[in-house]
Design a protein around this ligand. Sequence first.
Ligand SMILES: O=C(O)C(=O)Cc1ccccc1
Length: 280
Amino acid sequence: MRFSVLGPEGTFADAAAKAYLKTQPYSNVIFDYHPTFDQVYQAVTGENIGLLPLENQLDGYVSATLQRLQTADVTEIGEITIPVNFGLVANVDHLNKIKRLYVQFKTEGQCQKLLAKLPNAQIITTSSNMISLRQFLAGEPDDAAIIPQSQMAAQTAKLMLANVADQDDNSTRFIIFKAKPAKLSELSKVNLKTTHFKAPLFITPASNDKPGTLYDILGYFAKVNLNLITLMSLPTKNQLGEYAFYIEISGTRDQQEGLFATLREIAAKYQVHLLGFYAD
Ligand SMILES: O=C(O)C(=O)Cc1ccccc1
């Protein structure tokens, strides 16, 4: 089986993929690293699986992933949350001498306190924490980079600071998915192996221009006592001001029937794009 993740090796996505595999019975897994979200998404075919970052504790949801999920024909089969911290490496002996800082786009929002101490550094945004490290290693004398804490031990730089995230308690949640479209009829029959489930989905009203639309949608879940753990609105992109709601439902095994009956009811009135129903 192929497991497609954001590379190169050593990223948090890579660490998350390996942590996920420890919880699963898969064997003969071939890691397949890609530089962009889209390439990871496109690489997942057949029975193979992929992993993308969904949410960071300090910097929130990962828009690139949500945007793909909105229209994606995938089935999420699970999720994994891993602790995240960063280190700083620099070719200078003091913070105020740093001229360029390589930092991954989602890492920047997790290291605001450090960045506040570097008002004169040019921030160079990268696509991956491991690319930040590579750029630093290939770079100039006044360079610095924020890199995964796990990579610090292998580095030798003039200035090294550990744990530079804004708080030590920090984690990122990743989703694992297959290329198959999630179907209400199929997922309603899934036999959960644990007592709890999660069900991520998008609900899109035909129009947002009516009082009580969201209230109406939420009412369906309230009626059957289903707990929403996420509620976000994302632009449909059809028209400015038109939104789809991204919702994650958490429940217990005895609520499975109620969940799917409710989703069928909602689907009669709104566009429902289910993304998965998995043990949690
Ligand atoms: O750059 C990394 O280390 C990654 O694993 C990619 C990533 C992107 C966005 C949020 C979390 C991880």
